[in-house]
Write a protein that binds this ligand. Structure first.
Ligand SMILES: [Zn+2]
Length: 312
């Protein structure tokens, strides 16, 4: 499902190459040259930023990584003997709900000692400030750690759900849950070291639904590998992307998921897309700006108050 969406948006990206949309002849050549290589000119970005009324900010794993949040993916990214893609699946949960809950319990507990970094804070401050000027900021994130919320972001679309929400496998009820531990049986469990044995918690002692008469087994309200994104959240995302007049891609690249699902449709409308990430950028991309480096360093000056802002 995700793959086919990705291929679809990639095809759209190719078929709607901006130079093919026939901008005025005098500007055509200049525009294509600009598009051939994204600009890293902060003063130019700030001009665009100052005029934007609806800013969509897509954030990825890089923003969380700068707060020291482990992803359990890639080289060295293990919890016990496993990586996230082996535990964050409906099959793993059906087979061994105790082990999967230990994994998520550990991830929730880790977050007690993690804090928003300057990128999270700059985004939240920008939203607060711009809202007083009748301008809007929305954050569309794949991160499940709630650091954007902790930083003060109000308008937040969590496309992969949250570590701090549960969903009942029986009645479907979704609940915010910040308890530590989430249930008594998980207290002191979830240690990540490879030699630690499974706690083998009886399923009736794992987190259970508290809705009247339900008592169903709860699962983390996160999108697992092989699952589709929530349709209501996607509808919200589409609505925001349709009205945004500036799009930032932060802590990921606009050509990899999740931004690759969204950025091409924004860019196809001629809306500027600005990337803030560590990765080098292929020169053929059709976004306007690229600011290399840690987003905790590059983003705060980009989103700071502009001299034309009268209300702060
Ligand atoms: Zn229930």
């Amino acid at each position: 499902m995700l793959m086919s969406l990705f291929q679809f948006t990639t095809r759209r990206l190719v078929s709607q190459a901006y130079c093919g949309l026939k901008p005025p002849p005098s500007k055509k050549q200049r525009f294509c040259l600009e598009m051939a290589r994204p600009s890293s000119n902060m003063a130019d970005f700030r001009e665009v930023f100052a005029k934007a009324k609806h800013i969509a900010i897509i954030t990825g794993a890089g923003v969380s990584a700068e707060s020291g949040v482990p992803t359990f993916r890639g080289p060295g990214g293990f919890w016990r003997k496993w990586q996230a893609q082996e535990l964050a699946t409906p099959e793993a949960f059906a087979r061994n709900p105790s082990r999967v809950w230990e994994f998520y319990h550990y991830r929730r507990e880790v977050m007690l000692s993690k804090h928003p970094n300057p990128a999270h804070l700059a985004i939240a401050e920008c939203e607060r400030r711009l809202s007083k000027q009748g301008r809007s900021v929305v954050v569309i994130t794949q991160n499940i750690d709630e650091l954007h919320r902790k930083a003060g972001t109000k308008h937040l679309l969590e496309i992969h759900g949250s570590l701090f929400k549960t969903r009942c496998t029986n009645c479907g009820n979704v609940t915010a849950d910040y308890k530590s531990p989430i249930c008594p049986a998980l207290a002191g469990k979830g240690a990540p070291d490879p030699e630690v044995a499974d706690a083998v918690i009886p399923v009736e002692d794992l987190p259970r639904c508290e809705e009247d008469g339900c008592n169903g087994l709860l699962r983390p309200h996160v999108v697992w590998f092989g699952e589709t994104l929530d349709a209501d959240v996607l509808t919200e995302v589409e609505k925001e992307l349709d009205i945004c007049d500036l799009c930032l891609v932060v802590g990921t690249s606009s050509v990899v998921y999740p931004a690759a699902m969204f950025a091409p449709q924004v860019s196809a409308r001629g809306v500027p897309v600005a990337e803030f990430n560590m990765e080098a950028t292929p020169a053929t991309n059709r976004f306007r700006f690229h600011f290399p480096g840690p987003c905790g360093t590059t983003l705060p000056p980009a989103l700071a108050r502009h001299e034309t802002e009268l209300i702060s």
